[in-house]
Design a protein around this ligand. Structure first.
Ligand code: C6P
Length: 413
């Protein structure tokens, strides 16, 4: 490894790796190098144990039974809500709604705004959004006659803030912006963007799916109306995520789905809905997943999100420097403010072949459009290969990635 690389003092990555049993395996006869963390991250033993413990000792439905197991399950579930509240620095745990993930949380909000928008209104997004933060707003526009406006990006993959500002008008009734792009790694100046939107009283949803494992989030300081994320990118199980919403917004919003637990009284004539947040949590939720999310946040807090971010920044800088040495490699997404994602293409090799051939060397990267087809169109590529780093990745793994890429280039001539 290049000796000049700066490592974060006191960050014991080898110790952390021991908490992730899945990392200790061979793939195609090679030590696994897992660099697909933006798709989903691996789970520490503490999270896996929390699921086993719940199913072995406490499994019961919540908010329904008076028996001991149900009380224990309810307590653990509601404790996880408090953990999420503190993690986001929301002012109340009632502002945390559990959902399947970022996608469901965005759809929940878009669905509620159907009642509030009409023809002539506009919804503002950016050109770097994931499909999950495009399609629900397109669907909302189709239903209401509103128009979708898209703020452009530059060749580095950064939002052009002046153009974003120009698109905000008295017609703008909602904005949905990503905190960090999954295809480019760009971190948006969301505080500034929210301030600009609030000058026109526009409510904002921040898609934090990629930011949440890397950036310390304070929803009160950001002052956003909504913030969404998926647990599975934050070392928690799949199928669980959260929506933060300001209480005054959530109280005005229609429920997303009807069913058990979201009601306080039902007759055939009329249903009275439950209070926020339960109004938005119809049916038996992902109880184990929610408890796992709480355990994942505890685990991250123990290491410290700032220490994790510093380590990942060091990996990204190192990878970016090393990538410059490879002539046939073009990095897609070179924003000044970037999270731990290296998207790239190789001259003469299709990204899907990169993905497959890297796997044969034990290296897991994602290849494809990353559910961000408009970003691919902008850069004129069908797809990219993407290496994305997490708290347990090492500088040696960056070396393995670069060696893997050089092998490919040699193989393909
Ligand atoms: N991006 C990726 O490999 P869900 O699927 O609901 O957990 O997350 C959706 C989502 C929303 N916004 C952003 C910025 C995202 O990156 C994602 C998920 C994964 O990049 C899967 S496509």
């Amino acid at each position: 490894m290049n000796q000049k690389v700066e490592k974060v003092v006191g960050y014991d990555v080898e110790r952390i790796r021991q908490d992730f049993p899945v990392l200790d395996q061979q793939v195609h006869g090679k030590q696994l190098v897992y660099l697909d963390n933006a798709a989903t991250s691996q789970k520490p033993t503490a999270v896996i144990d929390s699921l086993v413990e719940y199913y072995q000792n406490d499994n019961a439905n919540i908010h329904r039974g008076v028996h001991t197991l149900s009380e224990r399950a309810t307590l653990s579930y509601e404790n996880a809500r408090k953990t999420v509240q503190q993690f986001l620095n929301a002012s109340s745990e009632k502002e945390i709604v559990f959902a399947r993930g970022a996608t469901e949380a965005i759809n929940l909000v878009a669905n509620a705004f159907t009642e509030k928008l009409s023809a002539g209104d506009e919804v503002l997004i950016t050109a770097m959004e994931h499909h999950s933060n495009i399609v629900p707003w397109q669907m909302l526009c189709e239903k209401t006659g509103a128009e979708l406006k898209v703020a452009p990006i530059n060749e580095q993959g950064e939002l052009i803030l002046e153009e974003f500002e120009k698109l905000i008008s008295k017609n703008t009734k909602f904005a949905a912006i990503s905190h960090m792009s999954n295809a480019l790694g760009t971190i948006n100046p969301i505080k500034q963007m929210i301030e600009l939107l609030h000058q026109h009283n526009v409510p904002v949803l921040v898609d934090g799916a990629q930011a949440i494992p890397h950036i310390s989030v304070d929803v009160q300081a950001l002052d956003c109306e909504f913030y969404v994320f998926s647990g599975h990118k934050l070392y928690a199980p799949t199928g669980i995520g959260a929506l933060y919403g300001k209480m005054e917004q959530l109280e005005q919003m229609a429920p997303y789905q009807g069913g058990g637990d979201m009601i306080s009284a039902v007759t055939f004539d009329k249903t009275v809905y439950n209070k926020v947040p339960y109004k938005f949590e119809a049916g038996t939720p992902n109880i184990a997943g929610t408890i796992g999310l709480g355990a994942a946040i505890d685990y991250v807090n123990n290491i410290g999100i700032d220490a994790i971010a510093a380590h990942e920044d060091s990996l990204l800088s190192y990878a970016t420097e090393q990538a410059k040495r490879i002539n046939k490699l073009r990095v897609i997404g070179t924003a000044k403010n970037k999270g731990a994602i290296l998207s790239f293409v190789l001259e003469g090799i299709h990204p899907h072949d990169i993905g497959t051939m890297m796997d044969h060397q034990g290296i897991a990267v994602r290849a494809g459009h990353h559910c961000a087809m408009p970003v691919m169109d902008f850069f004129g590529v069908p797809a990219t290969a993407r290496a994305s780093f997490a708290m347990y990745n090492t500088h040696q793994e960056v070396d393995a990635l670069m060696a893997g890429i050089e092998n490919l280039i040699e193989m393909f001539g």
